[in-house]
Design a protein around this ligand. Structure first.
Ligand code: SF4
Length: 421
């Protein structure tokens, strides 16, 4: 059976798709598929609407459509009533999706995996997304993810090791460890362990050149954990969702951090690796956010050397406490605040990126495109998440070169290769 995968939302959805992909014959588009599997998201109203859009376009080509993920878990009746949808697999059964779709008993499937190769990026990326954790025990008042993904569960370290070795065998040069609440990895295991233990284990048992973490909450992170970044194989990039730069808003959000703790974490990371890239997410117009609280957020964000940030105007998610809060901020004000925040992050990104002009970075080349001058315009990522562009006479992919950063044009850093690996 020819299968096309489509996914939206977080890196975790991406990691799950890569795990499923190893079990099927893949095709590059929905038009040539017998089955389309759509992994949906419900983190914002826009993500839920995009999920429905993906299902609609999947069904246009007459393929069977299988839907899974957070949005379809939240609204299973609506999902299964959509044109072309033959099956909805809720999040709690998501790990068994290939066996459900292929009609194989999960136990047999686990004993005799069909291929068990984690592709280093089914969408032609060179990084393999490895799921190490799912679910969350926190109760952030705006968040629907912990409702639809359930309690925190860790993937055991031997299983993670198998996935990482499979990614290396498939040519992967970088792994990205993903989860809903990565910092909670290991706390549910018996005996309880911590994320630092897993990372030390992977550094010791594999020779993967780069390990990156996807989005990480800023609590449960010990100094021992941060010291792991003294190892150059650890990519100095944290995506730490801040959500608000006002302590009173953080309290209403039930976030388990304060601004002082967040600042200390950033300062410690930068004291270990000065080039550390810290990116974040911020919600604009959380219920009850006053002008003063918004001004506090602006001040805090200006004071932190962020390399960039995503801004989401607040959207009430069904079943969450924040959706029931009084003083919902009018859409127009949310939009205005989101724009101010985006402008600040744009300036911060420019500031961060230009500070590397003239320095040398190891870049993993990800994609090449033939340009009009007959050369291949090639994009890659540094360990600290700088996107760098250069030109080669042949397509180059999945190689780590040392590159001198030469400038910034149209919002992109340009570079010159100094040393080919
Ligand atoms: S930490 Fe908060 S925002 Fe993140 S998944 Fe858990 S409840 Fe949601």
């Amino acid at each position: 059976m020819k299968v096309f995968f489509d996914t939206i939302g977080c890196r975790l959805n991406q990691a799950e798709i890569e795990r499923y992909a190893a079990q099927f014959t893949l095709v590059p588009d929905a038009g040539s598929a017998d089955m389309v599997i759509v992994n949906t998201c419900s983190v914002t109203a826009a993500a839920a609407s995009d999920s429905r859009g993906k299902i609609r376009s999947a069904s246009k080509n007459g393929a069977q459509v299988v839907v899974t993920g957070c949005w379809s878990t939240m609204e299973p009746e609506i999902a299964s009533a959509m044109d072309g949808v033959s099956l909805v697999v809720p999040n709690e059964k998501k790990d068994s999706l290939p066996s459900i779709v292929l009609g194989i008993e999960p136990e047999i499937f686990d004993e005799e995996p069909l291929k068990r190769i984690i592709l280093p990026g089914i969408h032609a990326r060179t990084r393999a997304f490895i799921k190490i954790q799912d679910g969350c025990d926190n109760h952030c008042t705006f968040c629907v993810t912990h409702l639809v993904r359930g309690k925190s569960r860790s993937v055991g370290k031997e299983r993670v090791l198998r996935d990482v070795l499979a990614a290396i065998n498939a040519g992967g040069r970088e792994i990205v460890l993903t989860g809903v609440n990565l910092g909670a990895w290991g706390l549910d295991l018996d005996p309880a362990v911590e994320l630092a233990d897993l990372i030390e284990f992977l550094l010791c048992e594999t020779d993967i050149p780069r390990i990156r973490l996807s989005s990480l909450e800023s609590w449960n992170l010990s100094d021992r954990f941060l010291r792991l970044w003294e190892n150059p194989r650890m990519c100095p990039h944290f995506h730490l969702p801040l959500q608000s730069g006002s302590d009173s808003v953080l309290k209403r959000m039930a976030r388990r951090t304060t601004l002082a703790e967040f600042r200390r974490l950033v300062e410690t990371a930068i004291s270990i690796v000065p080039d550390f890239a810290i990116t974040t997410d911020v919600i604009a117009g959380f219920p009850g956010e006053t002008d003063t609280e918004f001004a506090e957020t602006l001040e805090f964000i200006r004071s932190i050397p962020f390399a960039g940030g995503h801004v989401f105007p607040y959207s009430p998610r069904p079943g969450t406490p924040a959706a029931r809060m009084k003083d919902q901020v009018p859409k127009a004000i949310q939009k205005e605040r989101a724009k101010v925040l985006r402008d600040i992050f744009e300036q911060k990104t420019e500031q961060f990126e230009t500070s590397f002009i003239g320095t040398d970075k190891d870049v993993l080349w990800e994609s090449s495109q033939l340009s009009k001058d007959g050369l291949y315009e090639t994009h890659g990522l540094s360990g600290n998440y700088l996107t760098v562009t250069t030109k080669f006479s042949t397509p180059v992919r999945n190689r780590i070169d040392t590159v001198r950063i030469t400038g910034r044009e149209e919002g992109k850093l340009t570079g010159k290769v100094l040393k080919i690996s």
